[in-house]
Design a protein around this ligand. Structure first.
Ligand SMILES: O=C(O)CCC(=O)C(=O)O
Ligand SMILES: [Fe+2]
Length: 329
């Protein structure tokens, strides 16, 4: 169905140096409320975050341009047994898409190892810039997660609630379609990592579903990023937040470049809704589950026929749901 040009997702500003970013201030609580509302209503928002400099951002995209020119046999060295962590070239399901994966990319050595696979003589500027970019995106993600925790009144417990995670960086290119075409760049899906921060080069293409088959196209500014709630964060919130269905659709003469910082909870992490988010009005929707088991499940052959947003229900839903009273904590 159609793309609505009128509707837009919330834009939330995190102003550098502002007291609003100091935990506990009135401004902080106001931002927490806006973040929570956006995550519950849309499952995403645009965040204006100038702390990540335009220079680093522009250089990141220049480097991504260099990366896509690496010979295919080198690109194919980017392999990882974990789903969605490896290189994918254009294929029948996504003929415009190409993407690379760097696991634990806020760790310099991981980025450097990747760079050495792609460029046998190494590429220190790639390793440095990409690692800097990812560390700053991770910092942004941490602020947003803290806001989510505080927005549900769970401040006292934040240390136990904050999942430990690594950042999976994916660096992507979507080729421009033929003249006049409006063509799929990436299949509609909900994200399987806990949450995602996307940064693009202002060539639009990312669309989110606001209601059944009603889509809006996002367009970001050079200082903004898109935060997306993934299935595990939705399950953690006991269904209060929405895991947003999104896709990439390409039109026009320009290729699109984007990078995504995915939060991958560390091995052994159990996704479990805090007991404060379970009550009679909000019975527990999901059983506690191991994040990695879910990730492997959602990319397995048996699951291919299940629509992406339904996979988490197939994997972990409790039916009937159980309220706190019956379940205890
Ligand atoms: O490239 C984009 O804008 C979106 C990428 C995405 O949704 C994904 O890799 O899961
Ligand atoms: Fe996605």
């Amino acid at each position: 169905m159609g793309v609505d040009a009128e509707l837009a997702i919330p834009v939330i500003e995190f102003r550098t140096g502002s007291p609003d970013l100091e935990r506990g201030t009135e401004g902080w609580h106001h931002l927490c409320k806006r973040v929570r509302e956006a995550c519950e209503t849309y499952g995403c928002f645009e965040v204006v975050y100038e702390k990540i400099s335009r220079e680093v951002r522009e250089e990141t995209f220049e480097l991504l341009n260099e990366l896509v020119d690496v010979p295919l046999e080198r690109k194919q060295l980017n392999v990882n047994p974990k789903p969605y962590h490896s290189y994918f070239g254009p294929c029948s399901q996504a003929c415009l898409y190409e993407g690379f994966g760097i696991e634990d990319a806020s760790n310099y050595d991981s980025v450097n190892n990747f760079a050495q696979l792609m460029w046998p003589d190494g590429h220190p500027r790639f390793s440095q810039t990409i690692n800097t970019m990812v560390k700053q995106m991770e910092e942004l993600n941490n602020i947003i997660w803290l806001m989510i925790i505080d927005s549900y009144g769970l401040r006292e417990k934040w240390e136990s609630l904050m999942m430990r995670y690594n950042v999976l960086l994916r660096m992507m290119k979507y080729m421009a379609p033929s003249l006049g075409e409006y063509k799929r760049g990436l299949l509609a899906h909900t994200d399987k990592p806990a949450s995602t921060i996307i940064c693009d080069d202002q060539i639009s293409g990312l669309e989110i579903e606001v209601k059944d088959d009603k889509w809006i196209k996002l367009s970001t500014s050079p200082n903004s990023f898109v935060f997306l709630v993934g299935d595990p964060l939705m399950a953690w919130s006991n269904g209060r937040m929405k895991a947003v269905k999104h896709r990439v659709m390409m039109r026009g003469a320009n290729d699109r470049y984007s990078i995504a910082a995915f939060t991958i909870p560390v091995e052994g992490t159990i996704i479990k809704a805090p007991k404060e988010l379970i009550d009679d009005q909000h019975p527990q929707l999901f059983k506690d589950f191991d994040f990695m088991d879910f990730l492997f499940f959602s990319f397995s052959e048996q699951v291919k026929l299940i629509d992406s947003p339904d996979q988490i229900y197939a994997f972990a839903s409790l039916s009937p749901p159980i309220s706190d009273q019956k379940h205890g904590s």
